[in-house]
Design a protein around this ligand. Structure first.
Ligand SMILES: [Fe+2]
Ligand SMILES: [Fe+2]
Length: 293
């Protein structure tokens, strides 16, 4: 039995966080070096750095939630936890495929992956389940913000440029929006405090901006075309001021998390999710045939 929400048909029995096994296989083989809009150098490097961070970052999220999963006895949350774990594992797997291609093109994807692994393994020496869930929930707010930007704004989707990379990011964005509250709810479920949640986000803001910034600069320094054309790189940096990913709207959304009492579902993205489920996986969905049989 289904209900109508906006233009889309929602199946009440369907899980709110479904795991969709996706196989992009060889679809990244033809991704060009500067795959972002109009061959934009800086945006290509930023997106490459983000993709390189995802698999090992998401492995950390999975470990944080898995540590407490057996204590989640609430049936609805437990179901969402299973969906979350499944979705993140598939994201990591498919981003690794893209990252292999990016490494072939000269991006430091492997080095970034190794750094992220080292960073999180080091952090996990602190045996504090709630702290790792707090970091996970904070970073999930980053992915939720990125996801909402992509799902909502055609100009953000256009920035991605290459179609195969965009398909990967749209699938990922839809699922990040679907599970945006799961790590947060698990954190609360195991008794995580508001104080730790907010303090962890301030640390995450500082570290995320610093680390992605530094890796983007390293990645650009390794790019011979960027070195040969510094004017082009400067123009590309200048373009960033108009990017939907660095807009006031996106920054405001990121900062909402540190308000006392914030919950990820305060931002209602249910219609956006319903619309993109149809666009990507409906009867004539763009990515329907990519679901592994
Ligand atoms: Fe993910
Ligand atoms: Fe996620």
């Amino acid at each position: 039995m289904g209900i109508r929400a906006g233009m889309a048909l929602i199946d009440e029995a369907a899980p709110s966080v479904p795991t969709r096994p996706m196989e992009f296989d060889d679809r990244f083989d033809h991704v060009p070096r500067h795959f972002a809009i109009d061959g934009d150098i800086v945006m290509s490097h930023i997106l490459a750095v983000l993709s390189s961070v995802f698999p090992d970052g998401e492995d950390y999220f999975v470990r944080a939630v898995e540590r407490v999963r057996d204590r989640v006895t609430d049936p609805a949350l437990r179901k969402d936890v299973e969906g979350f774990l499944g979705q993140e594992e598939w994201h990591g797997r498919e981003h690794r495929l893209l990252n292999d291609r990016l490494a072939e093109l000269g991006y430091p994807s492997k080095q970034i992956g190794a750094y992220v692994r080292w960073l999180f393994k080091n952090r996990e020496r602190l045996k504090n389940e709630r702290l790792h869930l707090a970091f996970t929930a904070a970073l999930e707010h980053y992915t939720a913000t990125l996801a909402e930007t992509l799902l909502k704004l055609p100009e953000a989707r256009a920035e991605v440029g290459d179609e195969a990379v965009r398909s990967l990011l749209m699938w990922h964005a839809l699922e990040e929006a679907e599970h945006k509250a799961v790590a947060f709810d698990v954190y609360r479920y195991v008794g995580g405090s508001e104080r730790m949640r907010i303090a962890t986000m301030w640390m995450t803001h500082a570290l995320f901006v610093l680390e992605t910034g530094i890796w983007t600069l390293i990645s650009l320094a390794m790019d011979d075309e960027a070195r040969r054309h510094p004017g082009k790189v400067l123009r590309s940096f200048w373009r960033l001021r108009n990017s939907p990913f660095t807009s006031k709207r996106a920054v405001r959304q990121l900062l909402q998390y540190t308000k006392h009492g914030f919950h990820p579902n305060d931002r209602d993205t249910s219609e956006l999710i319903a619309e993109w489920r149809t666009t990507l996986f409906g009867a004539h969905g763009d990515l329907k045939e990519l679901l592994a049989s």
